[in-house]
Design a protein around this ligand. Structure first.
Ligand code: MGD
Ligand code: MGD
Ligand code: SF4
Ligand code: MO
Length: 678
């Protein structure tokens, strides 16, 4: 079987349409709801490389006397059933933790969270925790919904884009090229807040090279300028906000120059940015990991939200607060209840009505106590958590402080990894289940601007591998006695019956287009921008808040530098897919450490030299890229490689509200690698 059916790119949350092209033996774009001309970035164009890759898992593996050996599905599931049964009987259902997968479909994740809840636990979370958990926490708290407020189409109407802690030119390339650049060509302005100059900065009118971890001073100072210079939308503030007097009083005491200096940015540039944002007819915000991945990530976004509320830039086209989401289905994984505190459709597990509504469809009531979040769970392996089901994620590589995380995985009594390739985490697995990749499955994913898009199967999974949904159906039946619909469409229909934001959707309605949530029963189209007359929580008003800066978790000694980590265009997260693509490896084969010429000179580091980066958590070695694109005192590298494993250096600090790790600020010493020849 090889059918060129419309599917969705397995990489980022843009959600471009791709399919297999047998003549070219490669993936090609089709005119999807997002990539409307069929355009793709290099990752999407190379996505076939992962489908027929020789390292694919093609048969179940079971650990026998310490060694992984090939097994039948029957043997693998017998082992899983026995171990889950034993552990749940001895330690209760909360001794099991489920990783849902932001790289997998709504239907798959829906079944996995339902299985956890049938077993009696809310211990279910995904890498959305590592990503925009803080953004979602702040936005849900203030607006009642954590997703992009606006749609990509209406954002083209913006006069100003404030892009902070995000690099969409590399991380969301088709959005940048097809939605942002055309708006810039028509005269819109771009403000970029980022410690580095990168591909997004090239298109910027104003760049604020903030010190990692100092976004609150920048945003408070911008708010102060907006108030001071009379750029507040008074009618909007009166009608749609509360708390203005308190915020105004706080901001009037603030010294803009001092805040700018504290954050390491030029005060005049900061004032220019505030004016551009405040004077714009329509100003839109894109926010990313530079904001969210701090132990003050939730506060960062709370401070950010003051700007649209002060200037009336929410609830209309071309405005809002728009978190650019990570994987192709990180949005959907949360939507369908792959979260420890929420049932499908973001209904709180603590809400008795929500549990009763789920019970009506499910025939059982989900537990009421919120479960553990992803990193908290890992930190409790060997204590109250004894077993894990890891679906399409590689926490032993991508969670922070990997030396510690790996020691935690050692402590599990039982670990199942369900993936398409061997991973760093599968080194700790007792059973490995070979699943299916984008071209081998059917289902839906929800992209960054809330569009539910269909994936259709192009080819069968290799060898003995099975479709992910098929595996999860059997898993549900074996460990939780749960019968599930046989087709992806059957599962989707059940999801729509449980999740009010999806209630009116159907496979037929989506077709080769999309349906955007909220999409209630009987709707004919989704909602392009949220919060128009009321916020999603039903309130007419949202609060303005006073938020104060907190210092990053790692203190930085005089001889140390601040390591901030992130991404490049050609690679993706753990690199599981991108490092297996010949084209992408040719484009960018090796990791480098960006370091400012002054910091390099002070350490005798030349461009291309091997350098050692270390702190009390670990040591890694990479090649130096000496460049003024990074601010002094800060160094940058990616986390895309298993070697060098950069997450050895990141720490255990978590945001107290959202429990997101501080990936964007670690104190490190950087030295020339001693010559290994002598
Ligand atoms: N090519 C590619 N695309 C991807 C991914 C990928 O791995 N590769 N991953 C996907 C995923 S899962 C996600 S979550 C998204 C993430 O997309 P982005 O949020 O764009 O990703 P990052 O590169 O982690 O961080 C963005 C920027 O934050 C800056 N930054 C660092 N510290 C700070 C700070 O303290 N303040 C501010 N204001 N900025 C700071 C970094 O220099 C970086 O340029 O991308 C998705 N798309
Ligand atoms: N230092 C540092 N660390 C970070 C970050 C950072 O900025 N800096 N960012 C964090 C963020 S935002 C994120 S989202 C995480 C990402 O962390 P992970 O989610 O661990 O990384 P991915 O590479 O997205 O992992 C996807 C896994 O899913 C598998 N997979 C892909 N498609 C399928 C499929 O269809 N079926 C199945 N069964 N498996 C599939 C892949 O083989 C891979 O093993 O990393 C976090 N870690
Ligand atoms: S922009 Fe994202 S979804 Fe589109 S082709 Fe590139 S990686 Fe895939
Ligand atoms: Mo992410």
């Amino acid at each position: 079987m090889a059918e060129p059916n419309e599917s969705v790119c397995p990489y980022c949350g843009v959600g471009c349409g791709i399919r297999y092209d047998a003549d070219r033996e490669s993936a090609v774009g089709w005119k999807g709801p997002v990539n409307q001309k069929g355009e793709l970035c290099p990752k999407g164009a190379a996505a076939w490389d992962v489908v027929d890759h020789e390292e694919r898992l093609t048969t179940p593996l079971v650990r026998v006397n310490g060694t992984l050996v090939e097994a039948t599905w029957e043997e693998a599931f017998d082992r899983i059933e026995r171990e889950f049964d034993r552990i749940v009987t001895d330690h209760g259902p909360d001794s099991v933790f489920f990783f849902t997968s932001a790289s997998c479909t709504n239907e798959e994740n829906y079944l996995l969270q339902k299985t956890a809840r049938k077993l009696g636990t809310n211990n279910v979370d995904s890498c959305a925790r590592l990503c925009h958990a803080s953004t979602v926490a702040a936005m849900r708290n203030r607006f009642g919904a954590g997703a992009m407020t606006n749609s990509l189409e209406d954002l083209m109407e913006a006069d100003v884009f404030l892009v902070t802690g995000a690099n969409p030119a590399e991380q969301h390339p088709v959005i940048f090229r097809s939605y942002v650049l055309p708006a810039l060509k028509s005269g819109a302005k771009l403000i970029h807040v980022d410690p580095r100059e990168n591909a997004t900065t090239k298109a910027a009118d104003i760049h604020l090279p903030v010190k990692p971890g100092f976004d609150i001073p920048v945003l408070n100072a911008m708010a102060a300028v907006i108030v001071e210079e009379g750029l507040v939308d008074e009618a909007f503030v009166a009608e749609r906000t509360t708390g203005f007097d308190g915020l105004r009083a706080y901001l009037s005491e603030l010294d803009v120059d001092e805040e700018a200096e504290r954050a390491g940015v030029d005060p005049e540039d900061l004032r220019a940015a505030a004016r551009a944002y405040g004077e714009a007819g329509r100003a839109a915000i894109f926010t990313g990991m530079g904001m969210s991945q701090h132990h003050c990530g939730t506060d960062n976004v709370h401070t950010l939200i003051n700007l649209p509320l002060l200037t009336g830039n929410v609830g209309k086209a071309g405005t809002g607060v728009n978190p650019l989401r990570g994987q192709n289905n990180v949005q959907g994984t949360g939507d369908v209840g792959g979260l420890p505190n929420a049932l499908p459709g973001y209904r709180d597990v603590t809400d008795a009505d929500a549990r009763a509504a789920a019970a009506e469809v499910w025939g059982f009531e989900p537990p009421e106590t919120p479960g553990l979040t992803e990193v908290e769970a890992t930190h409790r392996f060997g204590d109250e958590v004894r077993a894990a089901y890891v679906f399409g994620e590689d926490p032993a590589m991508t969670e922070p402080n990997t030396n510690y995380v790996r020691a935690q995985f050692e402590k599990l009594d039982f670990c199942v990894v369900h993936d398409i390739f061997p991973t760093e985490t599968s080194n700790y697995a007792d059973v490995i289940l070979p699943g299916s990749v984008w071209a081998e499955k059917s289902g839906t994913v929800t992209n960054t601007d809330r569009q539910v898009i269909r994936m259709r199967q192009n080819v069968a999974p290799p060898g003995n591998a099975r479709t992910d949904l098929d595996i999860l159906r059997e898993f549900a039946a074996r460990v939780a006695g749960l019968e599930s619909p046989e087709t992806p469409e059957g599962v989707f229909d059940e999801l729509c019956a449980v999740a009010p934001i999806y209630a009116g959707m159907s496979y037929e309605g989506i077709g080769t287009g999309s349906q955007r949530w909220p999409f209630p029963e009987g709707a004919t189209e989704g909602t392009t921008f949220l919060h128009a007359d009321r916020f999603e929580n039903g309130s007419k008003t949202a609060s303005l808040r006073v938020i104060e800066h907190v210092d990053p978790a790692d203190p930085v000694e005089d001889d140390e530098l601040v390591l901030t980590t992130g991404r490049v265009l050609q690679h993706f997260n753990s690199g599981a897919l991108s490092r297996r693509s010949g084209v992408l490896m040719r484009m960018r084969g090796e990791d480098v450490l960006q370091i400012h010429p002054d910091d390099a000179a002070a350490r005798g580091i030349e461009d291309g030299a091997r350098v050692r980066i270390e702190n009390e958590r670990g040591t890694v070695t990479v090649a130096a890229e000496v460049t003024p694109a990074i601010r002094r005192g800060t160094v940058f590298t990616t986390f895309h490689y298993a070697d060098p494993l950069v997450n050895k250096l990141t720490g255990n600090a978590l945001d107290p509200t959202a429990k997101i790790p501080e990936y964007k600020h670690s104190a490190v010493r950087v030295t020339v690698e001693p010559d290994t020849d002598d």
